[in-house]
Design a binder for this molecule. Sequence first.
Ligand code: NAD
Length: 358
Amino acid sequence: MNVPVASRDLKPVEADVFTHPEFRGHEQVVHGFDAASGLRTIIAVHDTRLGPALGGCRMWAYANGAEALTDALRLSRGMTYKNALAGLDLGGGKAVIIADARKDKSPALLSAFGRQVGRLGGTYITAEDVGISASDMEIVARETDHVRGTRATGLGDPSPYTALGVFVGIRASLRHRFGSDSLKGRTVCVQGLGHVGMDLARQLHAAGARLIVADLHQPALEQAVSELDASVVAADHAHAAEADVFAPCALGAGLNDATIPEIRATIVAGAANNQLAEERHGEMLRARGILHAPDYAINAGGVISIALAAPGGDDRLVREKVEAIGATLMRIYERAGQRGLPTQNVADRIAEERLAAA
Ligand code: NAD
């Protein structure tokens, strides 16, 4: 039999799920292929004890299926913890599509993905992620009902809700550290003025904070300087800015051996995913007396907006749940303080307790 064209460009590698280093008892891992559109997808359902597995679909030009599998296993587990800690009755899952979003994306490929999601019968609910837009999800939604974040099911762009959650989280962190959540007279360094960072910067400015900002994109910096009276710091020095709060809102792994010793803020609280380069960096922050808001706790506003949006655009319930991120962080900080543990580890334990009780 001829090997379909779409698989020839992948290097053969061993990719056993059960002995994979990122395998953590995932309930279901499905490989989907569609010859006509070239779709190659892996859908990982990590845990459905709290409900159907909700997690975005990422389109990325992975070098091979093994890389895609690693990402699907890791990200789906992350969603289990994020959804559990956010108090959602949803499990964790993630889909990855092996394709270059700029070259390979087509309606046929998205439709084929929608059919793969449909075959799982609601065990996995998909949404947008890196490489997949809301309009792509409209195409997926023609094939399956198990989609969130479309015009019919959602509130649109989740970023404003993520930004609101981070704002609430920064205030909770200030309250824990200084006994007051007021931003007046406080300085916050926002690293990354994208969808989340710019919105967050506006809220901080309105609440009376002084802003220091960093980005690689000059127009975003100019906007923050003129609109929000921000000062600019070089992108590679943002972590070391003289501020009360460092809010990483750009890329992951920014908290590492090189940056942590240079951080001057006493609070690190921002939207970026996977901020700790390695788990041990949580302990490094704790040992330096830096209060760290675990990323998946503070940046859950987006997934909350995707999960709980009501028809007609009513976002009351969403806002309530996003505001509750403050209380969740306070709980994490208190327990971490009592037990002398890194905040990230405590967040994991609280999520695991909720899962175990389900
Ligand atoms: P975005 O792509 O809109 O913005 C990222 C910004 O960071 C861009 O302006 C970019 O120029 C800037 N940037 C990149 N590298 C930088 C560097 N080294 N120094 C300074 N700035 C740099 O992304 P976003 O949607 O605002 O998300 C920001 C972070 O939050 C990401 O890590 C994302 O995974 C995470 N997150 C976002 C959401 C959401 O709802 N958008 C939800 C949860 C988590």
